[in-house]
Ligand binder design. Structure first.
Ligand SMILES: *Cc1c(COP(=O)(O)O)cnc(C)c1O
Length: 404
């Protein structure tokens, strides 16, 4: 971690969220961070024209290379994740693909969670194999299956915990041990957990990925993504697959995400409290067949959740007997909860994911055991509910009148 950020390590999480990466403006004394929209910066005549020789702390040159507002967000994120450094991107997918392109080349093999964010699943079904990268999809929540798949020669193991949309967990410590024994790196998409619930680097992961669009931004108004990890990995990655490929975060979005991030610890407490109330209510609703929430003893991996998550987050999923029909009712009748994709916002969101459709488009299972695991969590289809920050009683009443 950079020298000037080290003092933050001793402070509480909410203090880090408010102050890390921020400082009063040295010229005007402005207390809140400036938004620097300039794409170019006035530099000295000895400034190089290629990013090749650029140092991490060199003066700003061009916003795709680095920008003061983006830098402030990256520093806040690195402090909260206990990471040496962070590289921000235009979206979570831009972060994920930059990582895959940096760590893999033709002839390499990667092991990817068989259920991951749909765009990660689809890119690793098609694009990466077309570039000559071999991909093995495996249920990473099953340590035996993971161990069998991660053979010497595998360069990257990519997991997501809890995974979208199943809320199935993967044991990060066990996955790190398996990956490292084979000489591979471990990357963890920790979007659902956030740094408030889980710090994957502390469990042995090499890279952490977040979609900033979700809990970290928290207000549904800015796309963004980030990669966190060791400087030795991310300094070259920034040049090769961020600056040169160009998936740069806009400074305005960096500013919005930073403003959202300042309240992340407080919001996550409230998301968890609300999600637990809503999940307990759903367990009593006769229309609901099954509720999945890592904070409920009925979650098949509740013990792992208690070990690995300091906060159970705000995502709840549930099944009903008449999935698609229920989806139509909810889309028509919900008054407070929005029937919409995405998650982690202050507003509650719900969306139905139909098993047959997803198995056609995104998730290709090679074994019966993989399919059985999907069915255990999702049955024929699953409602993904992102419990927001409204009053839990109002959310429960909204669900009660719409779940018919
Ligand atoms: C949304 C999401 C992503 C992709 O992030 P974008 O910002 O939409 O590109 C990746 N992983 C998970 C778990 C997500 O929920």
């Amino acid at each position: 971690m950079k020298e000037h950020l080290k003092d933050f390590a001793k402070l509480g999480e909410q203090t880090k969220a408010v102050h890390a990466g921020e400082f009063p403006d040295p010229v005007t004394g402005a207390s809140s961070p400036n938004l620097v929209m300039s794409t170019t910066f006035v530099v000295g005549a000895d400034t190089g024209f290629s990013v090749e020789g650029m140092g991490e702390d060199d003066p700003f040159v061009y916003t795709r290379w680095g920008n003061p507002t983006i830098r402030q967000l990256e520093e806040k994120l690195a402090v909260l994740e206990d990471a040496e450094t962070a590289v921000a991107f235009a979206s979570g997918m831009s972060a994920a693909t930059a990582l895959l392109l940096h760590t893999l080349k033709a002839g390499d093999r990667a092991v990817i969670s068989d259920v991951a964010y749909a765009a990660v699943a689809e890119a690793t079904n098609e694009l990466f194999p077309s570039l000559g990268v071999a991909i093995t999809k495996v249920d990473t929540s099953d340590p035996e299956a993971l161990e069998a798949a991660v053979k010497p020669g595998v360069k990257l193991v990519y997991i997501e915990t809890p995974c979208n949309p199943l809320l199935r967990l993967t044991d990060i410590e066990a996955a790190a041990e398996i990956a490292h024994k084979a000489g591979a790196c471990l990357a963890v998409d920790s979007t659902f957990a956030t740094p408030i619930a889980t710090k994957p680097l502390g469990f042995g992961a090499d890279y952490v990925i977040h979609s900033l669009t979700k809990y970290i931004g928290g207000h549904g108004d800015a796309l963004g993504g980030v990669l966190l990890g060791r400087a030795a990995d991310l300094v070259p990655l920034r040049k090769r697959t961020s600056i040169r490929l160009g998936g740069t975060l806009s400074p305005f979005n960096a500013w919005l995400v930073m403003r959202g991030l300042a309240t992340l610890p407080l919001r996550m407490k409230a998301h968890e409290e609300n999600a637990l109330k809503v999940a307990r209510y759903l367990e009593t609703n006769p229309q609901v067949k099954r509720v999945i929430y890592p904070g409920l003893p009925s979650h098949p991996q509740h013990d792992l959740a208690k070990r690995q998550m300091r906060n159970f987050s705000g995502m709840v999923s549930f099944q009903t007997a008449k999935g698609k029909e229920t989806a139509r009712h909810l889309a028509e009748k919900l008054r407070i909860i929005h029937y919409a994709v995405s998650l982690g916002h202050h507003r509650s969101l719900i969306f139905y994911l139909h098993t047959e459709e997803l198995l056609d488009s995104s998730f290709k299972f090679a074994t019966q055991r993989q399919l059985d695991s999907w069915k255990t969590f999702a049955g024929d289809g699953i409602f993904r509910l992102s419990v927001g920050l409204e009053d839990a009683e109002d959310l429960i009443a909204d669900l009660e009148q719409a779940l018919i």
